[in-house]
Design a binder for this molecule. Structure first.
Ligand SMILES: *Cc1c(COP(=O)(O)O)cnc(C)c1O
Length: 357
């Protein structure tokens, strides 16, 4: 069967494996190597590794482009921002992952670039802001943690007319629910730490593009800056991606059901759920104090930052000083895992009941 005709679940299971030859292992081994015998493509451990390559092959095929792995999501973010010309303008969401926004703010403070923040869900406002001054449009969709959804296709059209590049942080949706390159994006960024690796045991990032010239430049930046992944982390991510479709399907079904039930709970003022994916944010009627208390009252749900693991976690986002104030003080972000939804609801609803008692 031609490889190009494979569907996402099959790609997740089969891509990035050794050939089906006698005595070959089924899985790409963990190759621990800081250097290689001279004369080939790799030469040195910072330039490439067969285990990274397995991860890059499976992610690249799922996103429909060529992938490069990095030591973390934020390392991948910094490589993209590093490409922006001196003093150029970056259009970015006014509420999104605080690490990406902090990098942009930090670069602006040091005079490296300028930024303009917009409500990424207000497509007309984003399109109006896409003038020829803009060099890069930073999109995150759905956003962390407000779960705003951007019209990626319209934003890409407007940005390209203005001569700007578009990068989409696809961490929340995963390539199974959204393929930004198909919608016109130039680049996809991932925190593979989250759903791709999926088990809260590895830090890893990635960039994906179908532009060969851009790929070459990004590879050069990775070689030069040295933000390369660990071999074990890449292997864990490949291992995780073998079940990505199963985890996303189950977590999403759980999330949709919990979002519905949360909407009917008196302690909850607002449910933020875009209708897909497995992150649900709630704003509590009793405010910030209740939002601080809720994660301490659950037993099954773990009070922890990060998201996208098999286990359900929650936290009040504004407990972080770096969180933008465009995020409600009373917002708790829930990362819904793959446990039994009834157990999750019993634990969560009991904790919510405890807030109003
Ligand atoms: C966590 C996260 C990042 C940063 O990734 P790390 O792997 O933690 O460096 C970037 N974008 C989004 C949307 C995230 O949730």
């Amino acid at each position: 069967m031609a490889d190009d005709s494979l569907r996402p679940s099959t790609i997740a299971v089969t891509t990035g494996r050794p050939p089906h030859d006698v005595d070959q292992p089924l899985n790409t081994p963990i190759t621990m190597a800081s250097t290689y015998v001279a004369g080939g493509e790799r030469e040195y451990g910072r330039y490439g590794n067969p285990t990274w390559q397995a991860f890059e092959e499976v992610l690249g095929k799922l996103e429909g482009g060529r992938a490069l792995s990095f030591s973390s999501g934020l390392a991948a973010v910094s490589v993209v921002l590093d490409l922006v010309g001196q003093g150029a303008l970056v259009l970015a969401p006014d509420a999104a992952y605080q690490g990406s926004l902090s990098q942009i703010a930090d670069l602006e403070m040091r005079g490296r670039l300028r930024s303009k923040l917009v409500d990424i869900a207000d497509t007309d406002a984003v399109v109006a802001a896409c003038d020829e001054d803009v060099a890069l449009v930073w999109v995150e969709s759905p956003t962390n943690p407000n779960l705003d959804v951007a019209d990626i296709e319209r934003i890409c059209t407007a940005a390209h007319e203005a001569g700007a590049y578009v990068v989409v942080d696809n961490t929340f949706a995963t390539p199974l629910l959204q393929r930004p390159l198909d919608l016109g994006a130039d680049l996809v960024v991932h925190s593979a730490t989250k759903y791709l690796a999926g088990h809260s045991d590895a830090l890893l990032g990635a960039l994906v593009t179908r532009d060969d010239q851009l790929f070459t430049v990004l590879k050069q930046r990775r070689d030069l800056l040295g933000a390369v992944p660990g071999t074990l982390e890449a292997w864990l991510a490949v291992r995780g991606m073998r079940t990505l479709h199963l985890r996303v399907e189950r977590a999403q079904a759980n999330a949709a059901e919990l979002a519905r039930r949360l909407g009917e709970h008196p302690a909850v003022q607002l449910v933020r759920y875009p209708g897909f994916g497995a992150i649900v944010s709630v704003e509590l009627a009793a405010g910030a104090l209740a939002a601080d208390l809720l994660p301490r009252k659950t037993r099954l749900w773990v009070h922890a930052t990060s998201l996208g693991g098999v286990e359900s976690t929650l936290e009040r986002r504004r407990r972080w000083k770096s969180e933008p104030t465009t995020v409600s003080d009373a917002l708790v972000r829930l990362s819904v895992g793959v446990e039994d939804v009834e157990d999750l609801w019993e634990d969560l609803s009991r904790a919510l009941d405890g807030l109003t008692d």
